[in-house]
Design a protein. Structure first.
Lengths: 189, 565
């Protein structure tokens, strides 16, 4: 029994490390009413933001990035290249106001080759913006000053991070149950 | 629901499957089957073409759909079947009568002949152009191999001519039925069978209706109008991939085609002058594919959709259009050159766990150096606010915040699917996209049939599903319907939701209010989304609501409702 609990904890730990998200049943229920979706709505695509515990006052904090429909003439919001366009509503809860600097939200591709600043969190620790990538990481950093809106990379320490749900779409090439060839054949090492 | 065997069994299957290379796994896929040049009187299953990089699921090499295969015109001499012609335009006046016949035709696509269906021997069926508020009689005759009906998609007319099971018995082979159409709203509409749509419509039974408004300035001035029907069809080297005769294959995701068709052709081309403005009336008649249409080299303005103009025109770079939806867009080509019309998507490769950009060329537009004789660029370059539409919709604003009247939850249940499919889908659905833009699992999808898959419209208030639901309304009711597309169901998918005989507004998606409304009859319900529709129950009769993916419809996803006088 003990072994099972340990194994489960290990699996959960690896899961959180890998994806920065918690299974839905364990997700924080602290979402304020303003971020509650119409009934179940976009809950499925909500990104759990996990603290790095690197910033004082954030050890017990958590957050959500709610992916919402970006209003447009069509029933689905996508860009010219077919990427989804979302409105991202971010909020951190149970965090203390930093002694110095501001929390700033960013999104970046998993390869970190593209970075976009969403904006600095307000006094309620909220900010919103748009994202037009299918797979991305939400990063909240502590910056000495709010960066220029065209800033292309953060400079402060990372306080929270989370991966879009599409990050769960894990490759099976060379790894999963369909493994037929060496991973390298598919560009994975 | 499917009961699982122990995972060890699956592991044994995997080990067995691992003994072959990827290529070797595909060697058995190209099973000999029916082609136009083969002398055979019955269809034979062939696996649909798939990405050779994707491995076969272990234990799946000899699996076939557990339904009878069907191809059109089996046993007929192809030389006896007439070639279909491009569609004709029928300019109709109030009180006119037209004849419409569904029949077996020969179609030529990329140099090969296929036996398909057509209305009046045409691809697409004839374009019916009629004035708003007119009535037209259609004398329909059935000469295909199935009983059929004709549904006049989007028309708010007499339900007795709606072509559904509530309206009429199917028209038997060789028999006739008289439809009386009333064109209440301006815009573009379409007609198609409402029996075995996944076969009959896919084989070419579709056509447009263009309802012309009395006002000269209802739309912006343009140089030309183009009526465009988007479709796709599934073909391999031997011909059309058979359909399930009594139950659909591809019941999970619907049948994606691998050959794109515009107005029934693979080589749609357009020659335009420099600075020419065109108005496109676009209809998606595919079984399941949502297109993301891009007019390269042009500026594009969205003007209208299913049943009306938008409250306000907006510019766009792309037009995502789900099955059965229509969009009216105006397009300006300013620079000479040759430009593609694309379907531009981020496809998913589940095997590699990644999105990848994919484009299909739907057609080509050549813009000449010659300046268009009459310029409408000034009108194009301003965005019109449609006060008539705003005024109409404003009458419904008091209902926007009303409590929800009806709820639906969209789900799926499966039984007796091959075990490897069940197991791999459990693994594969940790993430489900809002919308499936390509067939991400061709073999699993092909093997899932209407015998094993039931798509469900669930009414949580009564616990009833699909055709056990029969809602009653009265003419004049304004009904708020909340639809939730459950992402936790076995294999969630987007659903283009069609409501017969009425018009509706999309109020909000996941609580995000719709700032620019348009009257619709078909709306996308993305995976995980909660969508509030406001339905104007303006048209008495017995009607249906359903998912317009042909395979989902046949796999149960429909309900009935009645609007009393």
């Amino acid at each position: 029994m003990m072994l099972k609990k340990t194994t489960l904890s290990l699996i959960l730990g690896l899961f959180v490390m890998a994806f920065g998200v918690l299974p839905k049943a364990m997700a924080s229920p602290d979402l304020p009413a303003s971020l509650q979706c119409a009934e179940k709505g976009s809950e499925y695509y909500t990104i759990d933001l996990v603290t790095t515990k690197n910033i004082p006052g954030t050890g017990m904090a958590s957050g959500k990035a709610v992916m919402k429909f970006n209003p447009n003439p069509f029933g689905i919001s996508i860009s010219k290249d077919g990427s989804y366009l979302h409105r991202l509503e971010i909020q951190i809860s149970k965090a203390k106001k930093p002694g110095e600097g501001k929390f700033v939200a960013w999104v970046t591709t998993p390869e970190l080759d593209k970075v976009k600043m969403i904006g600095s969190l307000n006094k309620e620790f909220e900010v919103s913006g748009t994202v037009e990538w299918n797979k991305y990481i939400v990063v909240i950093t502590l910056e000495k000053e709010v960066p220029d809106e065209n800033a292309r990379m953060w400079s402060g320490p990372i306080a929270f991070r989370g991966l879009s749900r599409s990050g769960l779409m894990h490759t099976m090439a060379g790894h999963g149950p369909f493994a037929q060839e060496p991973c390298a054949k598919y560009g994975y090492y | 629901m499917q009961k699982f065997y122990p995972n060890t069994f699956f592991l044994l299957l995997i080990i067995a499957g691992c003994s072959q290379s990827l290529q070797a796994q595909h060697e058995h896929h190209n099973m000999s089957g029916h082609g136009m040049d083969m002398d055979t009187t019955q269809a034979v299953w062939r696996m649909p073409p798939m990405n050779m990089e994707m491995p076969m699921l272990p234990g799946m090499h000899n699996e076939l759909p557990p339904v009878e295969p069907f191809l059109a015109g089996m046993g007929l001499q192809k030389e006896d079947i007439p070639f279909a012609k491009p569609r004709e335009i029928l300019e109709l006046a109030d009180g006119d009568t037209v004849e419409l016949q569904a029949s077996i035709v020969r179609r030529s696509l990329e140099g090969k002949d296929y036996v398909m269906y057509g209305y009046n021997g045409q691809y697409p069926g004839p374009l019916l152009k009629a004035p708003q508020n007119s009535t037209v009689v259609v004398e329909f005759n059935n000469q295909i191999e199935f009983p059929t009906t004709v549904h006049w998609h989007g028309l708010r007319h007499d339900y007795r001519f709606d072509g559904t099971l509530f309206a009429q018995d199917p028209v038997l082979i060789g028999e006739s039925f008289t439809y009386e159409l009333y064109f209440r709203d301006a815009g573009v509409y379409w007609y198609h069978p409402h029996v075995l749509e996944y076969i009959q419509q896919d084989l070419g039974l579709y056509g447009n209706m263009l309802v012309e408004p009395p006002e000269d300035d209802y739309y912006n001035p343009v140089n030309r109008e183009e009526i465009v029907i988007l479709d796709d069809i599934l073909i391999d080297e031997q011909g059309l991939i058979p359909w399930g005769k009594s139950n659909p294959t591809h019941a999970l995701m619907g049948r994606f085609g691998n050959v794109m068709l515009v107005n029934g052709k693979t080589d749609y081309q357009l020659n335009v002058d420099k600075n020419e403005v065109l108005r496109f009336y676009i209809t998606n008649v595919a079984n399941t594919r949502t297109f993301n249409m891009v007019f390269e080299g042009a500026k594009v303005k969205v003007v209208g959709s299913d049943i009306s103009k938008f409250e306000e025109e907006v510019y766009t770079e792309n037009i995502p259009i789900a099955v059965a939806e229509r969009y009216i867009v105006e397009v300006l080509y300013e620079e000479p050159g040759t430009y593609p019309i694309l379907n531009s998507i981020q496809a998913i490769n589940h095997f590699r766990g990644e999105f990848y950009p994919h484009q299909d060329t739907l057609g080509m537009v050549t813009v000449s150096e010659h300046e268009v004789e009459e310029s409408y660029t000034e009108a194009f370059n301003s965005l019109r606010v449609n006060e008539d539409v705003k005024k109409d919709i404003a009458e419904y604003e008091p209902y926007f915040d009303k409590p929800v009247d009806k709820k639906l939850e969209l789900k799926v249940e499966v039984q007796n699917l091959p075990i490897p499919i069940m197991q791999s889908m459990e693994l594969d659905t940790a993430y489900v996209p809002h919308l499936e833009w390509n067939d991400t699992m061709p073999m699993m999808n092909w093997l899932s049939t209407g015998k094993q898959v039931e798509w469900i419209l669930h009414d949580p208030a009564t616990g009833k599903n699909n055709m056990d639901i029969n809602w009653d309304f009265k003419k004049g009711d304004v009904v708020k319907l909340r639809i939730f597309n459950d992402p936790d169901t076995f294999h969630p998918m987007n659903h283009p939701f069609h409501i017969h005989g009425q018009r509706h507004l999309v109020l909000n998606i996941d609580g995000a209010e719709n700032p620019n409304m348009v009257w619709k009859d078909t709306s996308i319900i993305p995976v995980g989304a909660t969508v509030d529709l406001l339905i104007d129950m303006s048209n008495p009769g017995k009607w249906m609501m359903h998912c317009h993916i042909g395979e989902h419809l046949d796999a149960g996803m429909m309900l009935g409702f009645e609007v009393g006088e």
